[in-house]
Design a protein around this ligand. Structure first.
Ligand code: SAH
Length: 333
């Protein structure tokens, strides 16, 4: 596995170092880590000598924290560097009802070029490995208990399915059940098909749709030319058939681009209300568009309501620190 080459708090490095010790030692290390320990030294049920060897030879995280920003709404954005110097951002969102949700990156940068998203403007570096993803969540787990994760940070998760799924499978140990993990995708079909075929845990899927027709979607998201809507929607429907979990459709509201009542009617025609639930996303400024007004969002939602297609409007978090959806571009990197 690639993670091993780069070292870090990957359990493989611990397993290798403790090869001559009973297997439960590695398990103890992971239990401490997953519950938020900040160093090997805190792992008091390990012999002192073993703790020292671990501290000397295994970096505690694969990621180095470079910068942290706090929003007035309680959101925290962390910028990390991988051991080979690539920027990665993750965000902790705190909600009034006590929910603590971590937004994870699956790649450093993103090779897709969605016109409204800041991440697409930065240079794509590489896929993250399993531990570089888990370490983002562990960083915030050391701050406080977390109960939700969304793969909605930098990158396209379905271009990096193996590492994303391996990381997602570790999250219950950190306190995040599979039902509270959501993986968001543009509908990259090869990865999505593998996910639907191979992952039987009840992890939720979200689909970044943003337009009700192929023509408009291709303008906003060049990836649509490769995998047209009909094929992608069919794959999500297959997922619903197998797992019985609704797919969340993300739809970013761009002023006079995709936000008219006519677009809403087309959307209601396109989506099966049994399979999909729509999340309307106020546009977070990245310089490319104007966001739809509150009134236009309300009229759009009204059409969906009348057509009985379930929808909600996403609560915007962390805009003042450029931590909101689509704003992750590692500015200070
Ligand atoms: N590549 C995956 C994972 C990133 S998720 C995907 O696209 O689904 C990030 C979400 O934020 C996506 O739904 C994306 O379309 C949305 N987004 C991107 N730019 C945005 C912006 N400027 N304002 C609001 N949402 C945005």
């Amino acid at each position: 596995m690639a993670a091993r080459d780069r070292g870090g708090m990957n359990l493989d490095a611990v397993t290798t170092l403790l090869a001559d010790e009973p297997a439960y030692r590695t398990r103890q290390v992971w239990e401490w880590t997953a519950r938020g320990a900040a160093s090997f030294d805190e792992m008091t049920n390990l012999p002192t000598e073993m703790r020292r060897r671990l501290a000397d030879e295994v970096p505690f995280s694969t990621l180095e924290l470079v910068h942290e920003a706090r929003s007035s709404d309680g959101t925290v954005k962390a910028l990390f560097h991988t051991a080979d110097g690539h920027p990665v951002e993750a965000v902790l969102m705190r909600y009034r009802d006590g929910r603590r949700s971590v937004c994870l990156s699956s790649q450093s940068g993103c090779p897709l070029t969605c016109t409204f998203c800041a991440t697409g403007q930065m240079r794509f570096r590489r896929n993250l490995n399993e531990w570089e993803i888990v370490d983002q969540a562990l960083h915030f787990r050391r701050l406080e208990p977390i109960d939700h994760t969304v793969f909605m940070g930098m990158g396209e998760p379905m271009l990096n399915v193996d590492a994303v799924v391996a990381a997602a499978r570790r999250l219950p140990d950190l306190g995040v059940t599979h039902r509270r993990t959501t993986i968001s995708t543009v509908g990259w079909l090869p990865g999505l098909k593998r996910f639907v075929d191979e992952v039987d845990e009840p992890v939720r899927l979200a689909f970044s749709l943003h337009a009700p027709t192929d023509a408009l979607r291709s303008e906003l998201m060049p990836v649509n030319d490769r995998y047209p809507l009909e094929d992608v929607l069919a794959e999500f429907t297959r997922y619903f058939g197998l797992r019985r979990r609704k797919v969340f459709v993300e739809y970013v509201m761009l002023d006079h681009v995709n936000d008219s009542p006519a677009h809403a009617h087309e959307l209601a025609e396109l989506l099966d209300a049994k399979v999909f639930k729509v999340n309307l996303i106020p546009y977070n400024p990245t310089g490319m568009y104007d966001g739809a007004s509150r009134e236009r969002i309300a009229s759009f939602k009204h059409v969906l309501d009348a057509a009985r297609l379930p929808s909600t409007v996403r609560l915007t978090r962390g805009r003042d620190i450029a931590a909101a959806c689509g704003q992750l571009a590692a500015e200070s990197a």
